[in-house]
Each structure stands twice: as C-alpha cells, then as structure tokens.
Design a protein around this ligand. Structure first.
Ligand code: TTP
Ligand code: MG
Length: 354
C-alpha cells in the first residue's frame, strides 16, 4: 500500500523563536549558542547569518570572525520546548503516528487520516498555516510516499516552503538526486562513490545489487532500495534510543591527562542522571561505553569498550587510552553509553557449568 508521509522541519528554529521574542532582531544576523568567550558553539543561526558562512556546530569565535555584526544569544531551552510541545499538539490533530526527530522536526504518517478527504498536501498546508498563526514561526514541509523522500522534500523549498513528491514522480525525481541526500551516505561513502564516478542516485541505480554489496557491505543492500526511492521504514511513535552521552567544552583547555581524569566524575554523574531519566521511557541495556576527546586543534577521537554496566573505572581507562592518541591539550571531553537494540530477542544467560 502506498503511504502518505509528511515531514515538518521548523526554519532556524531556536533563532526564529528569539527573533519572534525580540522583533528588533528581525533581518539581522543572529546566532543562538554558547558565547565566544566561553568557547561555545553555534546551535543555530538566522539566514542572514548563514550568508556569511555561519552554521550549526561552528565555534562561536569563528562565527564572530566571519560575521563581525553577529548578535549572539544564549540558549533558552524551556522556551523552545514550549513551542515544540505546542507544535506537536497540532500534528496530533491529524494522526497518532507522529515520530518526533528533535524539538523542531517530525514525521507524520497520514495514510489513514481523514482530513481533506485524505489529501496529505492539504494537511501539510494547513499544518504550516496553523504553526504560522499560533506560533508566529515558519515551518517547511515535505510530502512523499516514505520518510526518506519526505525529509528530502521538506528541505527542497526551505525556508517557509512545501514540496510534494507524488508516487508517480518518484522515479524521475531520483535520477538527479545527489547521493549525499540518501540517509547513511556521509562524506566517506560519498567520496567512495565519487571514485566510482557516481554522484547521483540515477547513476547509483546502474550498479547491480551484488556490486553495491561488494562496494558498501551490508549498507549496499539498503542503498539498492534507497537510490530507487524505496524506503519502508515505518513512522515510529516512540523512538528507540541507541546511545546517550554527556560532553563538555571547557573554557580553558585541559592541559594534561590528569586534568582530564579530574573531569570524569562530574560528567559521569550527569550521565547517570540522564540515563535514569531516559529509563523512565524505555528499557535501556548498555552494550558499550565510550569516551570522546577533542584536542585543542579539533582533532577528535573516540574509544569504546563492550560493557553491560556503567562502571566508572572503565571511563578512566578509556579516557587514558584516548589521551594517548593525541597527548596534547583537550578542549572537549565526553562520556557515553551505547545500548542494545531492544528489538533483538533477549539473550539467554549461559548456564553455569558446575
Ligand atoms: P535544524 O533543523 O538542523 O536547524 P534549524 O531549524 O535551526 O534550521 P533549518 O532552517 O535549516 O531547519 O535544528 C533544529 C534546532 O536544533 C536548531 O534550531 C538548533 C538545534 N540544534 C543544536 O542545538 N545543535 C545542532 O548541532 C543542530 C544541527 C541543531
Ligand atoms: Mg529546522
């Protein structure tokens, strides 16, 4: 059965909310995030700031250099959460099948929704209008037969746009779609494809399944379908958490391994706290622990170890291992845990030999 999926993504979400709260910011380059002095990063920024090359996750100091007039605002999370909750309530007027991806983004499966005699396009239009009216914020939306294409579509006419890919348009749409748009294709895979002379999904379609699997391993199997615009992933109402982590960028570089180790207890305590909160919603079984270090020159390294519990000792060990790889001052330190896939059947404990 063909499905009807809507993907809604708010435009410059945090920054748009700040501009709404303070109209003097309208039309100005605005960034939300940590201050340059505190060595923070940009969470997001207005389109005026993006013109200067400022983008998410960029160090604020660099953003200020690229755009000297940049207005930097601190993150006001409760305000964004409030807007997010109200927007989600709008989605739920159309379907129970809502899968939030983040505060500002969600998939809706409206295949069974009766509004507008089932027209997903009309529903998406109305959702955008209601968000604009009630929140004074703009949203972009994509409508397509699956999640992959709905997400591509919401980005197609951003900001404040709507784009629809009908089932009969999929084949033509895929031909020129850059492979980078395919979920799971990052820099490395894209480069691999480029070396094979492949830039578009149309070109990728010419590779037989066996060749895709030879070149890209198990991901090749998914690629075979994705490059044809086929994606059967359901809209999940509750997302399964794969990992949880806590990290901190320090106002001053941590000069030595000892200094890094001293930061572990605070990060560890915070991780336990967040894990406890996350466990209120789902069963989470640790399968590995990891430590992430970013050295002062932004070189980043991650080490992990299989584990079924959050042993603090292991984090010290991992931290020392990660440090060995760089042996220079550290600007960011993170600790985290990966979880078992809850859909796998539970492993039976091996009977103890007596
Ligand atoms: P995005 O949807 O990626 O970005 P955006 O809504 O700001 O801009 P766009 O118009 O391109 O959709 O992320 C949503 C919000 O999540 C964003 O406003 C800030 C926050 N965010 C972070 O805090 N850190 C990040 O690294 C990213 C990418 C987003
Ligand atoms: Mg967004």
């Amino acid at each position: 059965m063909t499905r009807k999926i809507i993907h809604v993504d708010m435009d410059c979400f945090f920054a748009a909310i700040e501009v709404r709260e303070n109209p003097l910011l309208r039309g100005k380059p605005v960034a939300v995030g940590g201050s340059a002095a505190g060595r923070g990063v940009v969470a997001t920024c207005s389109y005026e700031a993006r013109k200067f090359g400022v983008h998410s996750a960029m160090p604020m100091g660099l953003a200020k250099r690229l755009c000297p007039d940049l207005l930097v605002l601190p993150v006001n999370m409760p305000l964004y959460k409030q807007a997010s909750t109200e927007i989600r309530a709008i989605f739920e007027d159309y379907t129970d099948l809502v899968e939030p991806l983040s505060l500002d983004e969600a998939f809706l499966d409206v295949s069974e929704a009766g509004h507008f005699r089932g027209s997903a396009t009309r529903m998406a239009e109305e959702i955008r209008r209601r968000i604009a009216e009630s929140q004074r914020l703009t949203a972009s939306a994509g409508v397509a037969p699956n999640k992959f294409l709905a997400k591509v579509a919401s980005d197609w006419k951003k900001p404040d746009g709507l784009f629809v890919i009908r089932p009969q348009d999929v084949d033509a749409f895929m031909l020129d779609l850059p492979v980078r748009r395919v979920p799971g294709v990052g820099k490395v895979t894209a480069l691999h494809m480029e070396k094979l002379g492949i830039q578009s999904c149309g070109q990728l379609q010419r590779l037989p399944l066996a060749e895709l699997e030879f070149e890209f391993g198990s991901f090749g199997t998914s690629l075979y379908r994705l490059c044809r615009g086929i994606d059967e992933r359901p809209v999940n109402t509750s997302r399964v958490r794969k990992s949880l982590s806590v990290e901190d960028t320090f106002a001053q570089d941590l000069p030595t391994l000892e200094a890094c180790l001293l930061e572990i207890p605070a990060l560890y305590t915070e991780l336990l706290k967040r894990l406890e909160r996350a466990r209120e919603h789902q069963r989470l079984l640790p399968k590995a622990l990891f430590v992430k270090l970013r050295f002062h020159d932004f070189v980043t390294t991650t080490v992990q170890i299989p584990a079924s519990g959050l042993e603090r000792k292991l984090y010290y060990q991992l931290c020392a291992q990660a440090w060995e790889r760089g042996q220079r001052p550290v600007r960011l330190l993170g600790v985290g845990v990966q979880f078992e896939d809850p859909h796998l059947p539970e492993q039976l404990p091996l009977p103890l030999k007596t």
